[in-house]
Design a protein around this ligand. Structure first.
Ligand code: CA
Length: 215
């Protein structure tokens, strides 16, 4: 079943859109904040429709955070006229499309349909016997899924995605623990040592004073 994560803090609009999408035969997972969106982005979601102005931050930043963590599912922004929304910044963050409020419901529907059609499954990243399966948010070693936490998954996905060093600050920027809490430098070190035990210490190189690198 087609599943949409709908992130909108205006309860009336959210209900209206939920009804619209439901009539279209789609399953809707509603969220009213960035925190809820982070929590509710499950494997079944195929596309994300997200307001830009949310009570705990802006949707564009969350989209950038998701993209940095390897998230590839399509994102459509809902922007309000007069709201600070820079189209370049929006699309540069990895967003696929946007509509400006007030919009016609039919127009939104057709844009979402386009995104759903274009949302081809991402090519898995494969490096030295490890595969990142983004749809299932899993890392496989020689075909076997590793028992990683969500945070550990995000770290591996980021490291494997880049040939060079990933700075600590970059990791901290996009890493939030499962409860939506920002993690600090010490917590990152703890995650790293647990992760090394799971994937093998030699695969994660520490570049002193800079960050980490997959090897
Ligand atoms: Ca809003």
């Amino acid at each position: 079943m087609t599943t949409i994560l709908l992130v909108e803090d205006d309860a009336v609009l959210r209900e209206g859109l939920k009804e619209l999408f439901t009539r279209e035969g789609w399953h809707v997972i509603p969220a009213g904040s960035l925190r809820e969106a982070r929590e509710k982005l499950s494997a079944e979601v195929q596309a994300i429709v997200m307001d830009v102005g949310l009570p705990d931050g802006d949707g564009v930043s969350l989209c950038r955070e998701w993209r940095a963590a390897g998230e590839t599912r399509p994102v459509l922004f809902l922007t309000a006229r007069g709201e600070e929304f820079d189209v370049v910044r929006g699309l540069d963050s990895g967003g696929n499309d946007y509509v400006t409020k007030p919009f016609r419901m039919q127009e939104l529907l057709s844009r979402v349909r386009v995104l759903l059609r274009s949302g081809q499954p991402a090519q898995p990243v494969v490096r030295s016997g490890f595969t990142v399966n983004r749809e299932r948010m899993q890392v496989l070693k020689d075909g076997e899924p590793l028992p990683l936490t969500l945070t550990e998954y995000k770290i591996v996905a980021m490291l494997m995605d880049r040939p060079g060093v990933v700075p600590r600050e970059r990791l901290l920027e996009v890493l939030w623990d499962e409860g939506g809490k920002f993690i600090d430098d010490n917590t990152l070190s703890v995650h790293m040592s647990r992760l090394r035990e799971k994937v093998g210490a030699d695969h994660i190189k520490t570049v002193r004073g800079v960050g980490y690198q997959w090897s």
